[in-house]
Design a protein around this ligand. Sequence first.
Ligand code: CP
Length: 306
Amino acid sequence: MPLSSRHLLGLQGVPKEDIELILDTAHTFREVLDRPIKKVPTLQGKTIVNLFYEDSTRTRISFELAEKRLSADTVNFSVSTSSVKKGESLKDTIKNVEAMKVDMIIIRHSAAGTPYYLTKICDSNIINAGDGIHEHPTQALLDLYSIKERFGKLKGLKVCIVGDISHSRVALSNIFGLKTMGVKVSVCGPATMIPKRIEELGVDVIYNIDEAIRENDILNVLRIQLERKAGEAFPSLREYAKYFGITKERLDKNGKNILILHPGPINRGVEISSEVADGSDQIILNQVTNGVAVRMAVLYLLGTLN
Ligand code: CP
């Protein structure tokens, strides 16, 4: 069965069957990444444009590598070197890009809803690479893949998303994806970083990090997003680290083997200590590797749907 949509705008409302199909397809592409020649001809002849209106390291390189591994033609767009700097609007930019006969557009933008807007003004397949504080679906899919790779299943596991929930598109996409796959989801952080009425999404709220460690199988530790003024939600970074930072001492104190995820980039010494970020409980770089396979799966499934 193909995917139920020709775009990937978020994980809200995406059926379980679609997520399973993406994760299963990613599994076959993950094997390609370990080959000496990491390339398949699957998207030969397709043209994909990566439009990044916001900074990125992982997502941008990961999409570009995934496109190249699938033999697609890829073009990268950076705002800083484009005619956006001369005042060209988003709509005009997209219309001009599409006039060059592209098939798919990957978009990261600071405004929530931009990927949805693109589906209204162009014919290409649209993939959301992060829109403001809304969703980051491929990050959540790679998190799901990495958890499933480690535990062999998703259903019945307990995941706590820790930190700056209110500014996090990773949190929202994870909540939607994990819930759909039968995972018990909670969030933990200072009250000022937990959105009001988040329980209505079917998640528990925990305000004590030690309790979160004791009660869960996995912690997905989020970055404190200082560029989105997250630092104003607590007195100091030092205080945040003291009460919510994931340290080896804290993990040992709670006597728990728990799997640590982090989407990156990391604020070392704030939400996570270097000892944990580089230690044996985490799979942070494994997430990054799996991200290429997951994005290959999404590109393949959408690119061959038309
Ligand atoms: N995880 C993530 O989205 O990282 P980048 O901002 O570097 O793409």
